[in-house]
Design a protein around this ligand. Structure first.
Ligand SMILES: C[S@@+](CC[C@H](N)C(=O)[O-])C[C@H]1O[C@@H](n2cnc3c(N)ncnc32)[C@H](O)[C@@H]1O
Length: 265
């Protein structure tokens, strides 16, 4: 797996400038374009699907401050597992700036499966002046983690990060029955990746999960070791919650021998 730069925008990438160009089902999202990306007019590009899942900039910025506060200071690398059009990756990269008041990461890796979406993300990050600070990967982020754990030699050198100093940000698609209508969203039905799949992939690293605002807290609580307190934050824009983020610490793996000893005592 390799990093990629400057992917070309495709005919799936759009910068709509008037309502007449916008498909009717996306018009309400386009009306919120300046909340989502205040620099929209500078040439922000989106795919049609991206309008449903992009993180609005005020949420993305606030989230980075919380994220850095909740994780330990030695976590200097962050991987955005579902980069989309860059809503979170851009804010994470802006936290790399040398600035006394700003929390910092040394490395931001952003992974996205869809080439048109990644092209939009790179274009959008360039508008914010951070495109070159982000290491972009076109591919499956679960495969990336598998290679990192089992065959790091198959990753380009700057992608071979140390899990001990790396943290994960994940804003997966929220598909599946009911996330818009259910009073409490059952995270086991989230598609294509449910909570169990995400947790299995991320559990050895501290991770932040960006989830529907009505997500079932009892399911999140079950991921946390006994006695450990975690933070779950609702992020609101103009009085309405946009998402819930669960900040989940790595599960400490007991060495096999030690775990066996305990189970025998
Ligand atoms: C909810 S969107 C992310 C939005 C992003 N946070 C933003 O603000 O633009 C989820 C994205 O994950 C991508 N995706 C889905 N499965 C993936 C995978 N296995 N690896 C990497 N990206 C994936 C989708 O193409 C989609 O762009």
């Amino acid at each position: 797996m390799k990093s990629v730069k400057n992917l070309p925008l495709t005919d799936k990438c759009h910068h709509w400038t008037n309502l007449g160009e916008v498909p009717w089902d996306l018009q309400k999202y386009w009306q919120q374009r300046y909340t989502i990306f205040p620099y929209y007019d500078n040439g922000i590009y989106m795919t049609e699907e991206a309008w449903y899942g992009v993180t609005p900039e005020p949420v993305a910025i606030h989230l980075v401050y919380d994220f850095v506060g909740f994780i330990s200071p030695e976590k200097r690398t962050v991987i955005d597992m579902f980069a989309g059009v860059g809503g979170n990756a851009i804010s994470l990269a802006m936290a790399m700036e040398e600035d006394e008041c700003t929390p910092r990461f040394d490395k931001v890796i952003a992974i996205e499966l869809d080439p048109s979406t990644l092209a939009c993300a790179q274009n959008n990050a360039a508008i914010y002046g951070v495109a070159d600070k982000i290491i972009w990967v076109l591919g499956d982020s679960f495969n990336f983690l598998k290679l990192l754990a089992k065959s790091p030699d198959q990753l380009e050198e700057n992608l071979r990060v140390d899990s001990a100093t790396t943290t994960i940000f994940a804003s997966p698609p929220w598909g599946g029955p009911g996330y818009r209508t259910d009073e409490i969203f059952d995270l086991s039905t989230m598609e294509p990746y449910n909570l169990a799949k995400l947790h299995e992939a991320y559990k050895t690293m501290d991770h932040a999960l960006y989830l529907p605002r009505t997500s079932d807290l009892r399911q999140i609580a079950k991921l946390v070791p006994d006695g450990v307190k975690i933070d779950v934050v609702q992020y609101c824009v103009e009085g309405a919650s946009k998402a819930m983020v669960a900040y989940i610490p790595a599960t400490v793996q007991e060495p096999a021998g030690k775990a066996d000893d305990q189970s025998m005592s």
